[in-house]
Design a protein around this ligand. Structure first.
Ligand code: G2I
Length: 458
């Protein structure tokens, strides 16, 4: 908690708050106070991660790598994973017809910004082109298709990518092999064949098997563990396992670190490859705080194990996340909100990587003014303006000192209880962009005097 700063002009008072997560209100000693909210960390995440020898990565969409999105991707992360651009359907939509534009763009961007690239993904059951999925293939043809695909794609980026997710999601929840085009056509050894082909195409890339729901010790992760152990014993090139970590708030597995450690003990690297933590919408400040604690827990688990290479988030902003499309009613899963304001999760990641958070810098302000006044009534307004951050929703509060009573409000929903007024955004004006402002108005009654109250933006 910190006290408010108030403006000095008699006709208006300004309250400054930090943006990011909404912080709610607390009535303390007769004054409305706001808790510190999200703000920029001292050092970009990538510098903190570099100092620990860890990866902090994000999935990206190539076409978005400009403006604020591009600036944050470059500034905060030392690794990028193409979210979709390197999948088979993206790179070879028609047989023999290749489109590398988005993949190239991401690799070029990463190299320009001194970032690693994690190639994603070569052999999967999803996002394959129709010509492949709908074709009828003998085992020999299918094997050739798979190894040619690997040779072509891995070969294209030979020496430039740090890592490949060679095989993606090979297991069912019970630890049996997923029945896919590849498994059904080639048997379980398609995994070894794919890894061998990838090593031949780029001997310097680290080769991974990547899956979800394998973060804790369970039947699925144990199947993956047994597979990696067997591949190692056979001399098949396998360098690491990717734990995707598409998590649900409140469900970080308690065995996460233990599970990372057991893979490390097999002699492979481990990476958290697709971290997000989804919340039932709308996410309130308590849930965002819990989410931060859980991001911290995941990063801590990786930091604690030497062979854990690092953590990649599956999109850094809620505006570029797969969650709302796939799980309607859920979202807010990434470290930045939809307007690129860092959420508590961002600061938790920074702190887990050894960073500190600075005291708030003033970013958004709420200014109350009386615009018209007559014998018993008045019209007031509050302007919320941001400079250096953005809001995706807002709530403003104040306490009247002279018995004023609000009778009507517009462009906000206002409630008054005794002297205490709280106003929150209407459905259409919750967003206050960086450099922008929103104003709402109200009519009220007064008698005797009509002093301007201290306003809190939370
Ligand atoms: O499903 C979440 C992830 C699970 N692990 C493997 C990842 O590769 C996977 O990523 C997601 C992408 O983030 C989504 O963006 O994979 C989805 C497909 O399984 C991607 O969704 C697809 C949509 O289904 C398509 O309709 C859309 O055209 O994204 C495409 C490109 O925006």
């Amino acid at each position: 908690m910190r006290s408010l700063r108030t403006g000095s002009t008699p006709a208006s008072r300004v309250t400054r708050v930090l943006t990011g997560a909404l912080t709610g209100f607390a009535l303390l000693g007769g004054l409305l106070l706001s808790a510190p909210a999200a703000h920029a960390a001292d050092e970009p995440l990538r510098d903190l991660a570099d100092a620990k020898g860890k990866v902090i990565g994000t999935a990206v969409t190539g076409s978005k790598l400009t403006g604020t999105y591009g600036e944050i991707a470059a500034r905060e992360f030392n690794a990028l994973t193409p979210g979709n651009a390197m999948k088979w359907a993206s790179v070879e939509p028609a047989r023999g017809s290749f489109d590398w534009a988005e993949a190239d763009r991401i690799v070029d961007f990463a190299e320009a910004n001194g970032q690693q690239v994690r190639g994603h993904t070569l052999v999967w059951h999803s996002q394959n082109p129709d010509w492949l999925t709908n074709g009828t293939w003998t085992a020999a043809e299918l094997r050739r298709l798979m190894t040619d695909h690997i040779a072509t794609e891995v070969g294209r980026y030979r020496g430039r990518l740090a890592t490949w997710d060679v095989v993606n999601e090979p297991f069912n929840e019970d630890g049996t092999y997923r029945q896919t085009l590849w498994y059904n056509g080639l048997g379980a050894d398609y995994i070894a064949e794919a890894l061998t082909a990838a090593r031949a195409a780029d001997p310097s890339a680290k080769l991974y098997i990547n899956d979800y729901n394998v973060e804790g010790v369970n039947a699925k992760s144990t199947a993956l563990y047994n597979l990696v152990r067997d591949l190692k014993a056979r001399g098949v090139p396998i360098d690491g396992v990717g734990l995707q970590a598409h998590l649900i708030l409140g469900q970080v597995p308690s065995t996460l670190q233990q599970n990372i450690q057991r893979f490390a003990d097999l002699g492979v690297d481990v990476a958290i490859t697709e971290l997000d933590i989804r919340i039932d919408l709308p996410a309130d400040s308590a849930e965002l705080a819990q989410q931060a604690a859980e991001y911290r827990q995941v990063v801590n688990a990786c930091v604690a194990v030497d062979r854990c290479a690092g953590v990649t988030v599956w999109g850094f902003t809620d505006s570029d996340s797969w969650i709302p499309d796939t799980f309607p009613g859920q979202g807010a899963a990434t470290p930045y909100d939809e307007n690129y304001a860092p959420k508590p999760a961002y600061h938790a990641i920074a702190e887990a990587l050894g960073g500190t958070t600075t005291p708030p810098t003033d970013a958004c302000t709420a200014t109350y003014s009386v615009v018209n006044q007559w014998n018993t009534g008045f019209t007031g307004q509050v302007r919320i303006a941001c400079d250096g951050a953005a809001l995706s929703s807002w709530k403003v509060g104040w306490s009247y000192g002279a018995g004023q009573q609000i009778t009507q409000a517009w462009n906000a929903t206002c409630n008054q209880s005794g002297a205490t007024v709280t106003c929150s955004n209407a459905s259409y004006n919750g967003t206050v962009p960086d450099g922008g402002s929103v104003t709402f108005g109200f009519n009220g009654t007064w008698s005797g005097s009509n002093p301007v109250p201290v306003v809190t933006l939370g």
